[in-house]
Design a protein around this ligand. Structure first.
Ligand SMILES: Cc1ncc(C[n+]2csc(CCOP(=O)(O)OP(=O)(O)O)c2C)c(N)n1
Ligand SMILES: CC(=O)[C@@H](O)[C@H](O)COP(=O)(O)O
Ligand SMILES: [Mg+2]
Length: 634
């Protein structure tokens, strides 16, 4: 039996000796590598927090003491130590363990949101609540150096610094990386320390030498000591935190469980807000991860353990964007690109390689990205802000009041739009085509295939008096589908027989709509499939098509409330079109993790389900006029 098998919960860690802790850490690393080699997952971040998590769970008493993980992708070790090691084989699988904390899984888990830079705000609230309720509980927040580049983290620190009664321990997990090396002034301050960890040893050596010199020695050392403080402040960022009024412990070797425990015990005794600055390495303990230049195995595909070679992921939508934005960059010197700490994941790495001076990584700072882009546009450039769709949520006000109010030509490229699946509820990009509908002047496009992505991206970059959005899903693009006709700016993909059903398919749902059309035709039902291309504003030609048909079905890979279908329905009503409309999209709920395809199947966004629904609907009509039936409230 392995030592890990004997750990049913954190309290079983208390009796372990330092030697046993080292054995346990090795067993945990082995489980992480073995599991992630088969299914992928956040191997690098979790290899980097093995000792840190062990120390936290030995010093604090979870779940009485609350442990909050920022972003949550680095909580695998926490899950293993809180009784879920035996379920680890089901990680990120439908019905299995989530890749992020999950309240439904364990009392030890509290924050499920995978959006970065939020942990300190949760922790501030929790610690204040315990203080007000007079509960003898600590709150521990684990936040990465990358997440610390997010503005919310500094809003929280500003408040935590004056919350003297908060028994709050902030563990800064400083591995110098988001995906790529973390950027910005803060990162430089942290990096300076990491690259000069020996300054303490050097100074101690000098101290011994100087004190041995009678007379001048000690005085010189005192001067040096004063310099040490200055040097330490210059080299170490605790001044950054201490100047805010936060106590600082560190830097600590985050891979030394004993040292981490000592630091955490010291922090725990403070009884108020304190930062423990842990120095770690992403991928620590697995050479292929540590050596992986791009992102130290932040979230690798399944891989060969011996070689570290990842399974080829095949061409995805991102690759099409990545290729096209470089072509555009060659032609358009005014085009600049912005990422929020995800240069490779959003496909800007090639653009950066070609045009480094026109590429900006702003850190995990989507709000800053949007408003900085407004500034870039006001300065005469055309910025392209590439983010995952779900992460644009936090920059809604910046899109509305900084980009759109000023009619700036900023183009947002939203990758991972629609159902993403694996990363759980907070990662699905199901919100953008609802929230962005209310932005005056903003134009939104959803390409159906790679060819349309290229077209629409170029069209977006021709708009210089309003923000534009181009959004596409996770995974591989379908084969290109050419239009058989046009309706205004929209592409007609299928037009046959009587005008019974008009399917308005948004973006990637056109592939599904073509399958629906085949099935309807086989049932003798006339069908038109139209791809709006630009879904905002609604194309008047689609309104006229709707007027001519007996039923309109809108299909979108977005939440059903307030999405394209809702807006189309509203537009039809305003135009006096009485054709019945059925809205199909993602149910307005938080979706449990599973593969994208499995979720689309479950929520009925498949050709079979949609076609069956339409056939049943059509056959239910008695007087030839179909009853108006909107399945979902607008
Ligand atoms: C708002 C937001 N933007 C982007 C991401 C994507 N993302 C996930 S983890 C990560 C890097 C986090 O770096 P860090 O906080 O240093 O944690 P580490 O992976 O180094 O442990 C990013 C950018 C996110 N989760 N949330
Ligand atoms: C934790 C996080 O936000 C990202 O690392 C996320 O896992 C991205 O997933 P994909 O890039 O695989 O879509
Ligand atoms: Mg990091």
């Amino acid at each position: 039996m392995s030592l890990l098998d004997s750990i049913a919960g954190p309290r079983d860690l208390r009796a372990l000796t330092p030697e046993e802790l080292e054995v346990l850490a090795a067993e945990i690393r082995d489980l992480l590598v073995q599991t992630c080699s088969r299914i992928g997952g956040h191997l690098g971040p979790n290899l980097g927090v093995v000792e840190l998590t062990l120390a936290i769970h030995r010093v604090f008493d979870s779940p009485r003491d609350r442990v909050v993980f920022d972003t949550g992708h680095q909580s695998y070790v926490h899950k293993i130590l809180t009784g879920r090691g035996g379920q680890f084989d089901g990680l990120r699988k439908e019905g299995g363990l989530s890749g992020y904390p999950s309240q439904a899984e364990s009392d030890h888990d509290i924050v499920e949101n995978s959006h970065a830079s939020t942990a300190l705000s949760y922790a501030d609230g929790l610690a204040k609540a315990y203080a007000i309720r007079g509960e003898d509980r600590h709150t521990v927040a684990v936040i990465g150096d990358g997440a610390l580049t997010g503005g919310m983290a500094w809003e929280a620190l500003n408040n935590i610094a004056i919350a003297k009664d908060s028994r709050l321990v902030i563990v800064v997990n400083d591995n110098g990386r988001s995906y790529t090396p973390t950027i910005g002034g803060l990162a430089n301050a942290l990096t300076t320390l990491r690259t000069n960890p020996r300054y303490e040893q050097v100074l101690d050596l000098v101290k011994k030498r100087l004190n041995a010199v009678p007379g001048v020695g000690p005085a010189a050392y005192d001067a040096l000591h004063a310099m040490k403080k200055g040097l330490k402040d210059a080299l170490a960022p605790q001044g950054l935190f201490e100047d805010l009024g936060l106590k600082y412990v560190g830097p600590v070797d985050g891979h030394d469980t004993v040292a981490m425990e000592a630091a955490l015990e010291k922090a725990k005794r403070f009884g108020g807000p304190v930062i423990v600055h842990a120095l770690t390495r992403k991928g620590f303990g697995y050479d292929a991860a540590e050596r992986h230049e791009a992102d130290q195995f932040h979230s690798p595909q399944p891989f060969d353990i011996e070689t570290g070679e990842e399974k080829a992921r095949g061409r995805i939508w991102t690759d099409v964007f990545s290729d096209e934005i470089v072509r555009i960059g060659q032609r358009r010197k005014d085009v600049v690109a912005i990422t929020a700490a995800m240069m490779h994941p959003v496909g800007l790495d090639h653009f950066q390689a070609r045009f480094p001076e026109r590429t900006f990584d702003v850190g995990i700072a989507e709000q800053h990205a949007a408003t900085s882009a407004a500034g870039l546009a006001m300065g005469g450039l055309h910025p392209v802000v590439a983010v995952y769709a779900t992460f644009l949520n936090r920059a809604f006000d910046q899109v509305l009041m900084d980009c759109a109010l000023h009619r700036t030509g900023v183009t947002f490229v939203l990758d991972r739009a629609g159902v993403t699946g694996d990363d759980g509820a907070s990662h699905n990009g199901m919100w953008d085509m609802s929230v962005l509908q209310v932005v005056p002047g903003l134009r939104l496009a959803a390409p159906r295939d790679a060819a349309r992505l290229r077209e629409l991206l170029n069209e977006a970059l021709e708009v210089d008096d309003a923000p534009t959005v181009v959004r596409f899903p996770k995974g591989p693009p379908p084969a290109d589908v050419e239009a058989v006709g046009k309706a205004g700016g929209a592409d007609v993909l299928v037009r046959n027989g009587t005008k019974d059903v008009l399917v308005v398919a948004v973006g990637s749902m056109n592939e599904v709509a073509l399958g629906v059309a085949d099935r309807l035709v086989a049932q003798g039902i006339g069908v038109t499939v139209v791809d709006p291309r630009w879904v905002k504003p609604v194309d008047p030609a689609i309104v006229e098509l709707a007027r001519e048909h007996r039923l309109v079905v809108s299909v979108e890979d977005n939440g059903i409330v307030g999405g394209c279908g809702s807006v189309l329905l509203q537009t039809l009503v305003e135009a006096g079109v009485t054709t019945p409309v059925r809205l199909r999209g993602i149910p307005q709920e938080f979706l449990q993790h599973a593969k994208r395809a499995a979720i689309l199947e479950r929520i009925g966004l498949t050709p079979q389900a949609l076609a069956l629904d339409i056939v049943e609907y059509m056959t239910s009509a008695d007087d030839g006029r179909l009853p108006v039936d909107v399945d979902h409230p607008v």
